[in-house]
Design a protein around this ligand. Structure first.
Ligand code: UDP
Ligand code: MG
Length: 136
């Protein structure tokens, strides 16, 4: 059953810094994702705090927000059948050590915090996150 969805993907500072954004975008395209929108930006710490508000109570929240705002990122709207779960599968586990062979985090992730990509974790959050970066 075809169920076309859109999801938000971010290529995080550790990957952009290593000039991996073109390569990672190719992986999305080769896996059948359309990149509907994209922009390379650097966000303020206050914006990162808003974006990651769900993690406010986590011990890693402060470092996470400092990190996401530490350098350029590439933000994209990806489209595919079942895009949310398909993107999560292609990304791999949060900790690159646990990520499966063939996933983006396995290939490029440095550590649990510098794990190269973000992807929305549900359709509801995809809508919220796309709106966060691409509201126009
Ligand atoms: N993170 C971290 N330490 C942890 C868990 C998560 O620094 O112990 C960071 C990591 O960059 C992760 C982000 O916080 O991608 C959001 O965490 P989440 O559990 O939502 O993982 P994700 O959905 O990105 O796989
Ligand atoms: Mg998450």
């Amino acid at each position: 059953m075809s169920n076309i969805e859109q999801t938000l993907s971010i290529i995080k500072p550790d990957a952009v810094e290593r000039n991996l954004d073109i390569e990672i975008k190719e992986i999305f395209k080769n896996n059948g994702f359309l990149i509907l929108k994209e922009k390379k930006i650097q966000i303020e710490k206050s914006e990162a705090e808003k974006f990651y508000k769900v993690h406010e109570i986590k011990p890693f929240y402060k470092d996470l927000c400092a990190y996401l705002s530490s350098g350029p990122i590439v933000v994209m709207v990806l489209e595919k059948a079942n895009a949310v779960i398909a993107n999560r599968e292609l990304m791999g586990s949060t900790d690159p050590k646990d990520a499966k062979e063939g996933t983006i985090r396995k290939k490029y992730g440095i550590s649990i915090d510098k794990n190269s990509v973000h992807g929305s974790d549900s359709l509801d959050n995809a809508i919220i996150e796309i709106d966060f970066f691409f509201k126009d």
